[in-house]
Design a protein around this ligand. Structure first.
Ligand code: PMP
Ligand code: GLN
Length: 412
């Protein structure tokens, strides 16, 4: 496995060293919802409650698995058993890793759509699996994340007798693509035909912009049985430091994940699970009263983020970059080909890092703006044609975004 620092290690450290305006790593620099932090305060004020401060049920605090099962029974249109179908983990990262470790035998192949969240490939390799990349092709002159196209026949052409699993990231990081019903139904047909397990990483399920619909893969006919759905509290309540996530699916699919969990982690932090359970209970009550749609919930994430998305897109255009507008999530890809910078016309050799790595390093060191190079989300030869973009996070205060835009405009 590649022992180089991950992009999060390299570029978060660099951002701090350079005291850069940080619109790279995906975390909000705005306050988390106060009603959620108040719930944690309340929990912390009761040291006598051993059920809130000592070890809790290993596979998930009872109150939390109950509410998650309730919520997802609605979302997935399938009864989710809180006792058997939910496993609470340390962030979505661990739910993903458990899924690979639990299901992959040495040499099993996993279809990975690229660009792919950068932890998938190393995690699959650590588990003894073989990642098989299939690129989401980008239409010419892209304007929207919908211009990243799924090519079902390209996926099918990579399926072999060793293919065991497919990982689907929807909404998609880094592009913000939201897979359409047609695309998901075609994928469902394919996984049925080839008897595959699907890992549905849906951590950005709460960040859907108007006019678009989140379709959870396990809600499609026949898909609950073969899908492990992955979620994240850090994303649902804009508190990435809480590091609670979950794997959700039929008991038989979760069984090997539970074996790993009970021996490696046993149980996650109790007070945060208690507070999170109550936050979701409040969301559920609101949904049941019909006051909000499922994708808005209490935090109103999409309406908070929409003006930020549009502010950044406008700033990028004014600065001479070309943004690809995301349908979901809180990241945006932008093309920097027209920007004049010292590396632009330099001769490059095969051993050099991809161009976007150099651009991102230069932007951070020389212009004090931290971003992320999206070629890190591609493998091998797929990096080359995808090295002229940056990924930017717009879940930031308006002050941060305006400072970033000011720096970008000076690139002109
Ligand atoms: N999947 C995707 C697509 C992500 O962007 C992230 C980053 N937060 C994760 C999984 C991991 O989430 P968590 O912080 O809950 O571990
Ligand atoms: N998921 C976050 C992102 O895409 C980063 C998580 C991390 O720092 N490892 O920016």
């Amino acid at each position: 496995m590649d022992s180089k620092p991950s992009i999060w290690v390299e570029f978060t450290t660099l951002a701090v060293e350079c005291k850069a305006v940080n619109i790279g790593q995906g975390f909000p620099d705005t306050p988390m919802p106060k009603f959620v932090s108040d719930l944690l305060t309340e929990v912390s004020e009761h040291p006598e409650r051993t059920d809130w401060h000592q070890y809790t049920r290993g596979f998930g605090h009872t109150r939390l698995v109950n509410v998650l099962a309730n919520l997802y029974s609605r979302f997935l249109k399938n009864p989710v058993n809180p006792q058997t179908d939910v496993l609470v983990t340390v962030g979505a990262y661990l739910a993903l890793y458990y899924s690979f470790l639990g299901w992959l035998d040495h040499g099993d192949e996993v279809i990975v759509m690229e660009p792919a969240y950068d932890s998938y490939v190393p995690q699959i390799k650590l588990a003894g699996g073989v990642p098989v990349p299939v690129v989401l092709s980008l239409a010419p002159n892209p304007i929207s994340s919908a211009d990243y196209k799924l090519d079902i026949s390209a996926i099918e052409s990579k399926i072999t007798p060793k293919t065991k699993m497919l990982i689907l990231n929807n909404p998609h990081n880094p592009t913000g693509k939201l897979f359409s019903r047609e695309e998901l139904l075609a994928l469902a047909e394919l996984v049925k035909k080839h008897d595959l397990i699907v890992i549905a990483d849906e951590v950005y399920e709460w960040h859907i912009y108007p006019g678009h619909e989140m379709i959870r893969f396990a809600s499609l006919p026949g898909m609950y049985e073969r899908t492990i759905t992955i979620g994240s509290a850090g994303k649902a309540f804009s508190a990435t430091g809480w590091k609670l996530g979950w794997a959700l699916g039929p008991a038989q699919l979760l069984a090997p994940l539970k074996t790993i969990h009970q021996n490696c982690v046993f149980t996650c932090s109790t007070p945060t699970q208690e507070a999170l359970a109550r936050a979701f209970e409040m969301d559920l009550a609101i949904i049941e009263e019909g006051r909000f749609s499922e994708s808005h919930l209490l935090t109103g994430l999409a309406s908070e983020l929409l003006p930020k998305r549009d502010l950044l897109a406008k700033g990028l255009r004014e600065a001479g970059l070309t943004p690809i507008i995301p349908e979901a999530g809180y990241f945006m890809i932008a093309d920097f080909s027209d920007i004049d910078w010292p590396g632009k016309n330099q001769q490059r050799s095969e051993t050099d890092d991809p161009l976007d790595f150099d651009f991102v390093r230069w932007l951070c060191r020389e212009r004090k703006l931290a971003t992320i190079p999206p070629s890190a989300f591609y493998s091998g030869e797929n990096k080359a044609g995808n090295d002229h973009f940056v990924r930017l996070c717009f879940f930031k205060s308006d002050e941060t975004l305006l400072s970033a835009i000011e720096i970008l405009k000076q690139l002109k």
